[in-house]
Every structure is written in C-alpha cells, then in structure tokens.
Write a protein that binds this ligand. Structure first.
Ligand SMILES: Cc1cc2nc3c(=O)[nH]c(=O)nc-3n(C[C@H](O)[C@H](O)[C@H](O)COP(=O)(O)O)c2cc1C
Length: 353
C-alpha cells in the first residue's frame, strides 16, 4: 500500500504539512534553496549548520544565516557547537529570528568541526551531548531536534544508545543519517538502524540518506516507521526530485529548468550580494543543467562568464520560452519584503557582504 506523503505530522507543537523534509546542506541550503524546496513539496526545510561561535562573536556572515523568509515556514535552523551556554544563547537568537524549530548538529564528520568537540564527535560523548540538548531545550520555547550519524566509527551503533538519552534530555525529534562519520558519504545509508531507532523512542524520527526517488522514499518509510524522509543531494539543482517523490512524475521542460535557475540566481544575489553569489552559484549550474537537460558545454560556458547577468542572458537565449515560465513564477512568489529580520542585526547584512 502506498504511504501518503501529504499526511501532516507534529514535531513538538509544530505541524509539518507533509512527510518530505529538505536536508540541511552547508554551502547549499540558502534561503532561495529552502523556499524552492517548500514550493516543490517539502513539508519542512532546514538551514545549513550555523556556527554557535560565529553567533557569539556576532559574525556578520553567520548572522546572515539566521534570515527567515515568510514563505519558508515551517523552518528549522541548525546550530553546531560544543559549549552548553553558547548553544543556549544561540537557540534564543534562532527563536528571535523567527525559526520554528532549533535543530542541533551531532552529525557533521568534517575535521574542522569535530576537532572542536562539535558535530559527530558528540556521539562519543553522550554526557556532553545530553547537557547540550538540555541547555538548548531549556533556553527556547521552540521544539528542539537533533540530527546525527550512526556513530563515529564504521559499523557503530552508538546512535541507538545515545538517541533515547537525547530524547530524555529534551529532544522532540531525531533525524538519523545512518552512515558513520568515518564513512563521510561513501557506502550506503543503513536504514535498518533507523527502524531500530524508531522502535526505541517515542518521538518522530526522520530518515536521511540515499532517498533519491518516490520508490525509495516509500520503501524507507514503510520499512522504518519513520515520520518523514529527508532528501539532500538528490534535490541539488533538482527540485523536480521533490515533486517526483511527492507523486508528480513529470520531467521538467528545458524552459522550466532555465526559469528556475534564473529565479534561483536572482534570489541568491538578493540574499548574498552579487560578489558572494557569483562564486556560490557556479556549482549549481552543473546540477541544474546536467541529467541530459542541456548540452554539456553550456555549463562550461556559464561558469566562465564574468557576471551573473551574463549567465541569465545566456540561459534565456538557450531557452527563450523560459521568460514566460519565469514571469509566472515571479507572479506566484510573495513579496520579498516579508522577511523577518532581527532588529539588532547590522544593516550592511542585508546587502550580503
Ligand atoms: C554538501 C553537503 C552539505 C551538508 N551539510 C550538512 C549540514 O550543514 N548539516 C547537517 O546536518 N547535514 C549536512 N549534510 C548531510 C545531509 O543533510 C544528509 O544527511 C546527507 O547528505 C545524506 O542524505 P542524502 O543522501 O539525501 O544526500 C550535508 C550533505 C552534503 C552533501
């Protein structure tokens, strides 16, 4: 029997309108990506991991990650750190910024993060991990969720010991990406662990890892009993993967692809400023134009063009009908002025920087 991905569920007190979640991805999950994800069927979207140290130092770029748009709710903002007081303060700021959920990163395998005692290394220090969850849950009225790996070492089952303790400490939901930190992104996600975790806790569990199609989403939901599936890499430059998972199997036309990319470029420039956006966007050109949608040399051409304006003109010359799709998309979008912004943030933030 097919599982209904449109079914609503609750994360703490927050109603999530669907069982598909867009993954947090550093260097990818900007506001434009999250808003697009909501339009294509994600019931919940998540910011990339935000440094608690950066928040503490009021680092301008870090604070920029706390910008929330009116049309991306429900939204989780993910924080990473290893010091309970600083995590609590960051959680208060996340709430003030207008997020619906505070997500804590206990999964990042990158050395720069783990060597500070944050990310996946917390799975080897359950005591500290629980104190962090307690501190954050005590500091905010928002539900607190935790995203984690199966453990640090290959074959680890640590998530099954730590997970229930995190729930006791106050986590209202757990997301499991069942690869070890050591694996990084190699091998496959072992969702038999997700099923075990579901049986051990009485909060919703989100299954992350290798969900690339409707068939896979259905199989993982059915075999694990998870509340939702999370999609990461499959949605990079490909919101149509979300649409397919939600049950609409139409392949996008070239015009749709070009229009979505142009919109993504414009929105990202608005968010990051043109200088930062120019470099940030380059990886997206291959992601959007690949999968046999456009001839390969076009991507090479786009990454070499000096300005994003040139990229937009080139895309529209390659798929002229995209103009009309773009007009329709722009008509449907809410006013960008509806953003929730923290009063205390420096004004220069709004220009990107
Ligand atoms: C480029 C990239 C950046 C990521 N950044 C984060 C992050 O900031 N926080 C996090 O919890 N997970 C992060 N992840 C992990 C994803 O959220 C997800 O758990 C993982 O990619 C497995 O799902 P997938 O197979 O659908 O991609 C990242 C993954 C990728 C590929």
């Amino acid at each position: 029997m097919e599982i209904d991905l449109r079914e609503h569920w609750f994360l703490g007190g927050v109603e999530i309108p669907g069982r598909l979640v867009l993954a947090p991805m550093a260097g990818v999950s900007v506001q434009a990506f999250r808003r697009q994800g909501r339009r294509y069927g994600a019931g919940l979207v998540c910011s990339e991991m935000v440094s608690v140290a950066g928040i503490q130092h009021r680092n301008e770029r870090t604070l920029g990650y706390l910008r929330v748009a009116a049309d991306e709710h429900p939204l989780a903002i993910q924080i990473f750190g290893s010091e309970p007081g600083a995590m609590a303060e960051a959680a208060r700021l996340v709430e003030a910024a207008g997020a619906d959920i505070v997500d804590m990163n206990f999964g990042c395998p990158v050395r720069k993060v783990t060597k500070t005692g944050a990310g996946a290394s917390l799975l080897d220090d359950a005591g500290l991990a629980c104190r962090l969850v307690e501190a954050v849950a005590g500091a905010t009225s928002l539900p607190v969720s935790v995203k984690m790996r199966r453990g640090v070492a290959n074959g680890s089952r640590t998530c099954l010991e730590v997970g229930p303790r995190l729930v006791e400490a106050g986590a209202a939901s757990l997301t499991l990406h069942p690869r070890s930190a050591r694996q990084m992104y190699t091998g496959t996600a072992d969702h038999s662990l997700t099923a075990e975790l579901v049986s051990l806790v009485d909060v919703p569990v989100i299954a992350s890892g290798d969900i690339t199609s409707r068939a896979r989403a259905q199989a993982v939901l059915a075999s694990t009993g998870a509340a939702a599936v999370m999609v990461g890499r499959a949605a990079q430059g490909n919101p149509w993967a979300l649409r397919e998972i939600m049950g609409d199997e139409r392949e996008p036309t070239r015009e749709e692809v070009a229009a979505e990319l142009v919109l993504f470029i414009r929105e990202t420039v608005r968010e990051l400023g043109e200088r930062r956006a120019t470099g940030f966007l380059k990886k997206f050109y291959g992601w959007y134009l690949g999968r046999g949608r456009f001839p390969r040399p076009l991507k090479q051409e786009l990454v070499q063009l000096p300005t994003v304006g040139d990229v937009e003109r080139r895309l529209l010359s390659e798929a002229p009908g995209a103009r009309f799709v773009l007009e329709r998309l722009l008509d449907e979008l809410p006013d960008p002025a509806d953003e929730v912004l923290l009063d205390s943030l420096p004004i220069s933030l709004y220009g990107g920087g």
